[in-house]
Design a binder for this molecule. Structure first.
Ligand code: HEC
Length: 229
């Protein structure tokens, strides 16, 4: 019994000490004796403070200059939000293989189909439920069948009216893969010819790709031939 008592007393004591140290009213911010004042009190401006020399917009932490490309985002696009003229001519030289096209479809189903519909007809479950007031683009409609790819890219990057931006969810390549997927489906529904596919050198005939996919197997077969001789 005595041990329990002393445990209770000790833990109460510890708790009280803890509470006392939470009293921030008497925080000591004065460093006392200073050996190197320049190190104690920084001469440089601290981040997020203001520098009157910078004029009206005096924030110390500056925004990157226009046209800066973030590390790892090496597909340059100097689009500016709202520049609809530039949107219409903006395009990419990216071409996608079957796997990337499949990935484009997967990303579309994750991020876009809830509104635009898995069939791209604008009847996604969110809109069909009546909870989303604005009709999403029906990509099979004549209005969108021939929409320039740059305009679509801009919609994914900046959003459009009730549609939000997907720049944070999809990087540049992923955005283009999603658009390539939309364009592919459109090309099969009266849209323009599909142009995001690989060049004819890679896509002609299944036999070529089968051979290319098994260079090691082919080499082994040759070795075996030699051995047999
Ligand atoms: C929350 C619902 C919603 C989601 C999710 C959504 N959209 Fe949209 N989208 C809309 C609506 C609504 C419009 C019609 C905007 C308008 O014209 O007012 C639209 C329009 C568009 C347009 C036509 C843009 C134009 O210039 O007219 C494109 C292209 C598009 N969306 C692509 C996408 C892609 C790609 C995704 C997935 C990354 C996506 N959307 C996800 C709701 C959505």
């Amino acid at each position: 019994m005595n041990t329990i008592k002393s445990i209770v007393v000790v833990s109460l004591g510890v708790a009280l000490c803890g509470l006392a140290s939470c009293d921030t009213g008497n925080l000591r911010r004065d460093p006392g004796h200073i050996y190197a004042p320049d190190m104690t009190y920084s001469r440089a401006y601290d981040a997020y403070t203001s520098n009157p020399a910078l004029g009206k917009d005096s924030l110390i932490s500056r925004l990157p200059v226009d046209g800066t490309i973030a590390r790892g985002h090496m597909l340059p696009d100097h689009l500016k939000e709202g520049d609809t003229t530039a949107y219409k001519t903006f395009t990419t030289s990216l071409r996608f293989n079957a796997e990337e096209m499949k990935e484009g479809g997967r990303l579309f189903n994750i991020y876009c189909a809830i509104c635009h519909g898995p069939n791209l007809d604008g009847q996604g479950p969110l809109f069909a439920s009546g909870k989303f007031a604005s009709m999403p683009a029906n990509f099979k409609d004549g209005k969108y069948l021939h929409m320039p790819v740059g305009q679509m890219f801009a919609a994914a990057k900046y959003g459009k009216n009730m549609m939000g931006s997907y720049a944070a969810q999809l990087d540049e390549k992923q955005r283009w893969m999603v658009i390539a997927y939309i364009k592919k489906v459109q090309s099969e529904n009266g849209g323009d010819a599909f142009t995001f596919g690989e060049g004819p050198a890679i896509t002609t005939g299944k036999t070529d790709t089968a051979k290319a996919a098994m260079p090691m197997a082919a080499a082994d077969a040759k070795k075996d031939e030699k051995k047999a001789k």
